[in-house]
Write a protein that binds this ligand. Structure first.
Ligand code: ACO
Length: 320
C-alpha cells in the first residue's frame, strides 16, 4: 500500500506587499531583494487571521478536489511553526472546525521542512495499514514574527497554507520514498527565542533571528543531499525526475543546486517571486500551482525537498 495524493489545495492572504513598499520602511531596494533572493512580492495575513484560518481554506479545497468529505478522514497532520496558540494544535482546531469526527490530529514542528516531515509521517500510517485517508497541511504565518525593522529578515517571508489529501492505494503511484534529517547542533542559526518555556515572557524578543550565511550554506548542501538520498532510496536517478519542487526560500539556493545537479530549469518549479518564503506552506502551495497549471501529469516522478529551522531537511519522492 502506498500513500497517494488525490487532492491538493492552497490559500494565501489577499494582501500583497511588494519590494517597493518595503523600501518605505527599511533601508533596502527592489534590486537588492530581487538579485539576492528572487522575491518580488509576498502575501501578509491581517491581525485577525491566524494560521488555522489559512489552513482550513487550503484543507477544504484539497478535500473538494479529492472528492472526500472531512468525515472520511482518519488523521490530520499540520506542519507548522506558527500555531494559533502553543496548544491546542492547529490540527485539532481544524479537526473541530471541519467536523472531521473520526480523525486523530496533531502538529509537526520542523519549521520550513514541516510539510515534508508531515507527509513522511502520514505515509508511515498509510503504509502500515493503520489509516486510509489522511489530510496533510503545511501552514505558516511567519510575517507575524519578523522584526519589520530588520532588513536582513523582513524581506524574506510571506504567509500561506497548502494541503494534500492522501489515500491508501495499490495502483503503483504515491510516495515512493522519504528521507528526513536534523542537524540540531545548528539550532541557534535560525531561532525564534521568545514565547517558549525558556522565555515565556518573551524577554528575548518575539522575532525571528537568523544567521543568513550559515543557513544558506546548510541549505545548498542539504538540498542536494536530500534529493540524491531520496532518489537512491527509490532506486531512481536524477534523470528520472520530471519535476523538482524545492522549498521556496531563495532562488540563489535553488539555482546553485540545480546547476550542480545538472537539472534542466524547466524541471524545477519556482514561484517564490510571488510569495517569498512561506515556510511549511511553500512546497504544497507550489505543488497546487504546478498541478493546476498542468505541469504534473499521471506517472510523473515528482521530488519535494525542503530545509528549515532545526536545522532540518526532508524530501519525498512521489510517482503521480
Ligand atoms: N537590503 C539591502 N541590504 C541588505 C539587506 C536588504 N534587505 N539585507 C542585508 N543587507 C546587507 C547586509 O547588511 C550586508 O551589508 P554590509 O556588507 O554592509 O554588512 C550586505 O547586504 C550583505 O549581507 P549578507 O547577509 O552577506 O547577504 P547575503 O548575500 O548572504 O544574503 C540572505 C542574505 C538573502 C538572507 C541569504 O543569506 C539567505 O538567503 N540565506 C538563507 C536564508 C533562508 O533561506 N532562510 C530561511 C530558512 S527556512 C525556515 O525555517 C524559516
Amino acid at each position: 500500500m502506498r500513500a497517494k495524493i488525490i487532492g491538493v489545495g492552497s490559500c494565501v492572504p489577499e494582501k500583497v506587499v511588494t519590494n517597493h513598499e518595503l523600501t518605505k520602511t527599511v533601508d533596502t531596494s527592489d534590486e537588492w531583494i530581487r538579485t539576492r533572493t528572487g522575491i518580488q512580492e509576498r502575501r501578509l495575513s491581517d491581525e485577525a487571521t491566524a494560521t488555522s484560518d489559512l489552513a482550513i481554506v487550503a484543507a477544504e479545497r484539497a478535500l473538494a478536489k479529492a472528492n472526500l468529505s472531512a468525515q472520511d478522514l482518519d488523521l490530520i497532520i499540520v506542519g507548522t511553526t506558527t500555531p494559533d496558540t502553543l496548544f491546542p494544535s492547529v490540527a485539532c482546531i481544524l479537526q473541530g472546525k471541519l467536523s472531521a469526527v473520526k480523525a486523530a490530529a496533531f502538529d509537526v514542528s520542523a519549521a520550513c521542512s514541516g510539510f515534508n516531515f508531515a507527509l513522511t509521517t502520514a505515509t508511515q500510517f498509510i503504509e502500515n495499514g493503520l489509516y486510509k485517508n489522511v489530510l496533510v497541511i503545511g501552514a505558516d504565518t511567519l510575517t507575524k514574527y519578523v522584526d519589520w525593522n530588520d532588513r536582513g529578515t523582513c524581506v524574506l517571508f510571506g504567509d500561506g497554507a497548502g494541503a494534500v489529501v492522501l489515500t491508501a492505494s495499490d495502483d503503483g503511484s504515491g510516495v515512493l520514498a522519504s528521507w528526513l534529517k536534523a542537524e540540531g547542533h545548528l539550532s541557534d542559526k535560525l531561532i525564534m527565542p521568545g514565547g517558549g518555556s525558556r522565555d515565556p515572557g518573551q524577554k528575548n524578543g518575539r522575532f525571528i533571528t537568523m544567521d543568513g550565511k550559515n543557513v544558506f550554506k546548510f541549505a545548498t548542501r542539504v538540498l542536494e543531499e536530500s534529493i540524491l538520498a531520496v532518489l537512491k532510496k527509490a532506486n531512481l536517478e536524477t534523470k528520472d525526475i520530471d519535476l523538482l519542487i524545492p522549498h521556496q526560500a531563495n532562488s540563489r539556493i535553488i539555482s546553485h543546486v540545480v546547476k550542480k545537479m545538472d537539472l534542466p530549469n524547466e524541471k524545477v518549479f519556482v514561484n517564490l517571486h510571488k510569495y517569498g518564503n512561506t515556510s511549511a506552506a511553500s512546497i504544497p502551495i507550489a505543488l497546487d500551482e504546478a498541478f493546476a497549471e498542468g505541469i504534473i501529469k499521471a506517472g510523473d516522478i515528482v521530488v519535494l525537498s525542503g530545509f528549515g529551522a532545526g536545522l532540518t531537511c526532508g524530501a519525498n519522492i512521489i510517482k503521480w
